[in-house]
Design a protein. Sequence first.
Length: 449
Amino acid sequence: MNVSVVGAGKMGLPIAVWMASRGASVWACDKNPQVVAAIEAGRPEIDEPGVVELLGETLRAGRLRATTDTAAATAQSDVVVVIAPAVLTERREADLSNLEAASRDIARGARPGTLVVYETTVPVGVTRRCLVPILASGGLELGSELSVAYSPERVKSRFVMRHLNETPKVVGGFDERAAARAAAFYSDYLGAPVIDVGSLEAAEFVKLAGMIYRDVNIALANQLADYAEGTGLDSDTLFDAANTDGECALLSPGIGVGGHCTPVYPHFLIRDAELRRIDASIISTARRVNDEQPERMAVRLKRRLGGLEATRVGVLGFGFRPDVKEHICSPTFQLDAALRSRGADVRVHDPLYDEADLAAHRLVAWRPEASEWRPEARVLVTSHTDYRELDLGALRDGGLRVVLDGRRFWDPDAIEALGLEYIGPGRGDAVLQRPADAEAFAATPPLAR
């Protein structure tokens, strides 16, 4: 089987090397010459466990090559897998320019019998309505000469190679034949269980439904945590208790949601629902709740400190996931803006990013171990392993007053025992510990709380 994978980035390259390791002859296609050169040299610019080793093996075996010429690679391929990125425009609509460009290249190279499978997350209907016509412009007859399928990427960075052959592969086709061909292809060259859901639109919907499920449940946790804060409760242990009934699975609240997926893909459905006049209010509300978390936490910090004007605030974490150098839609962007708008002197540290990295994103870098700048407040955005053990006593002696633990990473009691103030999502400012406290609280008029 000759395969082209179009978009050789952090998801595309793992797929390419995996399929090559299972016997396919693979072209890794990317429009960026630097990406192609790095792949050919065996030094890809992605941090995904297992990829470099498998890339080296498949390069040496001659089963994987890289190119910027997608049309030429397509002309030599039986199957073309497309995983070029789709992003949001300023109007929160899907930017399909990368997919459209890739489709034009594929149309120029496709030959009778080619199967094209899109894996990029897109709004429902986009593959058939926007991408199939571009493929058809190459002159091949859809169905008889050219098969088109959709199969969403469903794995997580840093765990891709572990889950590629375990996570069920959902497929849908332009027609039954295309879906069947895609199912057989993934079964052979991915090795994962395959679920044929029928149409292109059905497969597109599956991916969006899964992402929105997570976003809505994070928002639910955040709103319940907000209620716990306002009623003097602590959601951390109470969520654990609620989750023991076998039917509840509350997630953890946090300072914000980052990443390539969760903050982005719900908008694909929200926007389309608006155009179709379909109610998606729960989904749009969840997205708003999660987007507002950094702002909410900044307000809590301001209240606890009595103001933020000229206050030194050290932010810990830029990457949106622990121990991973990925910062797309990081909550740090919004938090930094929210704190600065209130006059705070904000500096950011992340063990995976150097000063130049942070400066490129208009963030002021901070090196806690080698800086005379001492923050009055520390805000944890990312629960990197490096942040687990902190000498908070020494930090207190250096002027630290408040800790805002955006991931409930540290022990609140240990921090407060040092005389520091602790803020965490879902932890009330005056946590109720005894029944008598609860009775007193219940007897207090709401406006006096």
